[in-house]
Design a protein around this ligand. Structure first.
Ligand code: GLC
Length: 635
């Protein structure tokens, strides 16, 4: 299998089967670089956040530090608020300051998440369950279009991680535990976002991440260590997503924070030079503060680790303001890099090579072309595409002849749970702010909570009671819908059991006490009592789980699975998730209408002991999961 992968890669490398080889722009890029000063070259290699730019004195820092790229980090919000017009004005103002066309990057990992009222698609774990690469392609095109409409041109997506352990706070960013599916979906995403035609990117630049093994760390610790005893198995599990992205000519790869056998990926020259650079002609960027974290981890001077990272193949450095002991401004970072060159730790040839790699991609994006046309609007209706993706992502795990519910036979629907009217919990992390946020703020009438979706479908037929029990109810005229939801989280703040001291200084401001303690799900006492009362009257209970990962739902006699007559895994379905769930419950949508939709791409654990042992593609002895990959009931 792996020999076949390498052979395929060699074909891509030698015959350039990928739709665009960025090296066709080398002659022009080299001419541009020849005319640049060393400071200008270093400016192209520097990637600060907007927040760092403001911290250093305002947008004029873009000109002063000769910056070639800027990122909106997870918590960046324009001073006037996250509305589209404010992002457009900010992007315009940044471009005006630039002395060289800017790359403007954002984590549009499930839609253009930092803009108020944006359509938010299901996170990757749900798109995996939809098994619909054409839909992923359309989602990527709409995401690129929305990003460009907001003035940005670079998407830090797709994540092609192969999540192995559900304790990882980024499990939901992984499409599947089947590398062949990750490869297919990565390819579909990159093609849809970049829209390459005539050797030009006519959409947005993608950043395929995080190279390599981000989802394969021991115990799922984010930014942790991959203990790799068998290179071939490691590559079989974690590499195919990159092959899919290479074949679609992704223009950028982001290197992982994680380590392999103790060596941080940012300075893992062997992996970068053996499995990335020969098959990829874009440019390589480090992750946010990853070089700083690597220097702290290996206990070596930052300047030396920075030189190692660039000499290993990283072309652009994503900065952070989290380690003031290393540098306190963008200019100070640039001085460190300049010194590395002056001291011979990084050759001028390597600097030129890095800047040529970056400018080749900018030329392919048309950034230096005055007549460069904006991306045209993709076909179809964005919100309908989001709704279809949300519907196809739902997985029916249990159905004791309850779904679909005929509202004509009902008098009342009881809704229980604190996320029944909570679009923020449907979206999860990476929305408006890094960690995401509960509630319905920054949504428009295209977005629907579960309550809104149910009102839309049956509000004119039945009485809807929220977080209470009606005076009377029978199994003839009533159903109950219980919503269980993980609190929104992103990255290591969603880890279970991560006590890495590096992260203790950072807390989720929207959930000061939130730390996922466990993956075992129970109803809270009030809800459980109400469910027992309803069950005593024979009222069917439908449970919907909003989560970024499979969770333990079958622990004990009062487990949610045991007490439910029907159980839907909804993942993080996004802004149309409420309507999708209502459609699936009341029959406007039927599970598994098209072959593979609505089926698991991650096996469902029967216990906490199994959460790191169920990687589906892994052959050999595995515990018996509650539900295996490919499972999903039709209705
Ligand atoms: C984060 C993430 C990465 C993201 C980057 C910029 O720490 O690891 O996925 O693209 O920083 O926000």
């Amino acid at each position: 299998m792996f020999a076949r992968i390498l052979c395929l890669l060699s074909i891509i490398a030698l015959c350039g089967f990928a739709p665009l080889d960025y090296r066709i722009y080398a002659p022009e890029a080299k001419r541009i670089v020849e005319r640049m000063t060393l400071e200008e070259k270093i400016g192209q290699m520097t990637l600060p956040s907007i927040d760092m730019i403001y911290h250093d004195g305002g947008l004029s820092v873009i000109r002063q530090d000769k910056l070639g790229a800027v990122l909106a980090e997870g918590d960046t919000v324009p001073p006037q608020g996250p509305e589209l017009k404010n992002w457009q004005a900010l992007a315009e103002a940044m471009k005006k300051q630039a002395t060289f066309p800017l790359l403007l990057g954002t984590d549009a990992v499930h839609g253009n998440q930092h803009v108020a009222n944006a359509v938010i698609f299901p996170h990757n774990i749900g798109l995996g369950a939809a098994h619909d690469p054409e839909l992923i392609n359309a989602i990527a095109s709409w995401t690129a279009y929305d990003v460009e409409q907001s003035g940005f041109n670079w998407i830090f997506a797709p994540t092609v991680a192969a999540a192995h352990d559900y304790r990882w706070g980024r499990t939901y960013e992984s499409f599947a535990s089947d590398p062949a599916l990750i490869k297919q979906y990565a390819n579909a995403y990159v093609q849809g976002a970049q829209l390459i035609a005539n050797n030009r990117i006519t959409g947005a630049l993608t950043s395929t991440k995080h190279f390599i093994g981000d989802g394969n760390t021991d115990a799922g610790i984010d930014e942790g260590n991959d203990t790799v005893l068998n290179d071939e198995q490691f590559l079989k599990d974690n590499y195919p997503g990159y092959i899919g992205a290479f074949e679609a000519s992704t223009g950028n790869v982001m290197v992982s924070y994680s380590s392999i056998n103790g060596l941080p990926m940012s300075i893992n020259k062997k992996m970068l030079q053996k499995y990335l650079l020969p098959y990829f002609s874009g440019f390589v960027v480090s992750d946010y503060g990853a070089i700083e974290k690597a220097a702290i981890k290996v206990k070596r001077p930052y300047a030396k680790v920075l030189a190692d990272a660039i000499n290993s193949g990283i072309d652009m450095i994503m900065l952070t303001n989290e380690f003031p002991q290393l540098y306190t401004s963008i200019a100070q970072f640039q001085q460190i890099l300049l010194k590395d060159v002056e001291n011979g730790l990084i050759s001028k040839r390597r600097i030129d090579e890095a800047v040529v790699n970056i400018i080749q991609v900018k030329l392919a994006m048309g950034l230096l072309d005055k007549n460069n046309l904006p991306m045209s609007k993709p076909p179809g209706d964005e919100n309908q595409i989001a709704l279809q993706a949300a519907e196809e992502s739902l997985v029916l795990l249990k159905n004791n002849r309850v779904l679909p519910v005929d509202p004509n036979k009902l008098k009342q629907v009881i809704l229980l749970g604190d996320a029944v009217d909570d679009i923020g919990s449907q979206c999860g992390g990476w929305r408006i702010v890094w960690q995401g946020k509960k509630g319905n703020q920054y949504t428009d009438n295209r977005a629907t909570s579960i309550l809104m979706g149910i009102r839309n479908n049956v509000g004119n037929k039945v009485n809807i009671i929220v977080n209470d029990l009606p005076a009377s109810y029978t199994h003839h005229d009533t159903i109950a819908i219980v919503v269980l939801a993980e609190f929104p989280y992103a990255e290591y703040l969603g880890d279970v059991g991560n006590n890495n001291p590096l992260y203790n200084h950072i807390r989720n401001p929207y959930a000061p006490t939130f730390e996922p303690k466990d993956l075992v799900v129970h109803y809270d006492k009030t809800i459980e009592k109400r469910i027992q009362q309803l069950k005593a009257a024979g009222v069917p209970v439908i449970t919907v789980l909003l989560s970024g990962r499979p969770m333990v739902i079958s622990a004990g006699a009062t487990s949610p699975l045991r007490l439910s007559s029907a159980f839907i895994a909804a993942w993080l379905p996004g802004t149309t998730g409420g309507q999708a769930i209502a459609n699936a419950i009341f029959g406007q949508y039927h599970f598994r209408q098209i072959s593979q939709t609505n089926t698991l791409t991650f096996a469902w654990p029967a216990s906490m002991q199994q959460v790191g042992q169920l990687f589906c593609a892994r052959s050999g002895k595995k515990p018996k999961p509650l539900f295996d990959c490919g499972f999903g009931l039709s209705d």
